[in-house]
Ligand binder design. Structure first.
Ligand code: HEC
Ligand code: HEC
Length: 250
């Protein structure tokens, strides 16, 4: 609540702040406020960790280094109700599209180290099933391999498919669960909703467990778009950080 108010205030009233600074008597030594990215994203890093590397609680996801179009789409999803997490929706509600695009670009450009994976308490059998699903899918359930869309190294594919490594198991379980029960939605056709429906509960647990226990490869960047047709159609938000960028920054 306080954090949300602070950020909203900064977004909307930096001009007022500037005016206020001039109005303060010189001996009052006002705190200097700079509307730079460090200030804008301070509230974000209290949950998402320094530079968006992931929160300390084993749930708040990493956002650093994910594709800019993906991050931007998620900020719109939270702000506009296609994803549900009240503190973020509250924080983003007063922010306009340009502001969200700038933040997406900022976090996408950060190349910062990943923590080593923590041991995951799942059976060897479940890990094997998880690896099978991630790398080969399951024709019997009409499940494509996760790697077909998320990249051979699972570090994501430009322009808007995120990587699946370096995320906590609880977060992965929660996202697949949210797609299964309609609490998380992406633009139609929502391929991840189809995939999540085709996974059994045990499969969700197996694939999340395997993904969360993998070390992140040395090259962590998303792969370039390869033009290959996807095994299922996935909607795109129809907006791009690069092509609709108006911020005038490189
Ligand atoms: C109160 C803690 C909190 C704050 C503050 C916060 N976030 Fe989040 N954020 C979360 C949680 C928790 C999730 C995952 C929610 C879910 O389960 O879907 C999330 C998800 C995200 C995602 C989606 C990540 C993905 O891989 O899909 C993005 C992007 C994001 N946050 C960006 C931001 C930005 C930018 C800010 C600052 C303006 C911010 N967050 C502030 C807690 C927070
Ligand atoms: C047909 C392509 C496709 C396949 C196959 C696919 N995904 Fe995805 N996945 C996507 C797209 C596109 C997104 C981004 C959706 C959005 O914009 O919210 C996504 C997002 C996700 C996310 C959210 C990541 C985050 O940071 O919040 C998870 C988790 C996920 N996929 C897991 C999986 C798993 C596990 C598999 C294999 C069982 C899989 N996906 C297979 C296309 C695919």
């Amino acid at each position: 609540m306080t954090v949300g108010f602070r950020l909203a205030h900064r977004a909307l009233c930096w001009l007022c702040t500037l005016v206020a600074l001039f109005a303060v008597p010189v001996h009052a030594a006002p705190a200097v406020f700079k509307d730079d990215m460090a200030q804008r994203t301070q509230a974000c890093t209290t949950c998402h960790g320094a530079q968006g590397r992931a929160g300390p609680d084993g749930y708040y996801p990493r956002i650093a280094g994910k594709p800019a179009d993906y991050l931007y789409a998620q900020l719109l999803h939270f702000r506009d109700g296609r994803r549900t997490y009240a503190p973020m929706a509250h924080l983003l509600e007063p922010l306009n599209d340009d502001y969200l695009r700038d933040m997406a670009r900022h976090f996408a450009a950060l190349s910062v180290p990943y923590a080593a994976p923590v041991p995951v308490p799942v059976s060897a059998e479940a890990l094997k099933r998880g690896q099978q699903l991630a790398q080969h899918g399951d024709p019997a359930r009409q499940l494509p391999a996760c790697t077909q869309c998320h990249g051979a190294a699972l570090t994501g594919v430009l322009p808007a498919t995120p990587g699946l490594l370096g995320l906590p198991r609880d977060y992965l379980n929660a996202q697949l669960g949210a797609w299964r029960n309609g609490l998380r939605r992406a633009h139609a056709p929502d391929c991840m909703a189809d995939i999540a429906q085709r996974l059994s509960q045990a499969d969700v647990s197996a694939v999340s467990g395997w993904l969360a226990s993998q070390p992140v490869p040395a090259h962590t960047q998303p792969a370039p778009a390869n033009g290959q047709p996807l095994p299922l159609d996935c909607g795109h938000p129809g907006v791009s950080v690069k092509t609709t960028q108006t911020g005038g920054q490189p």
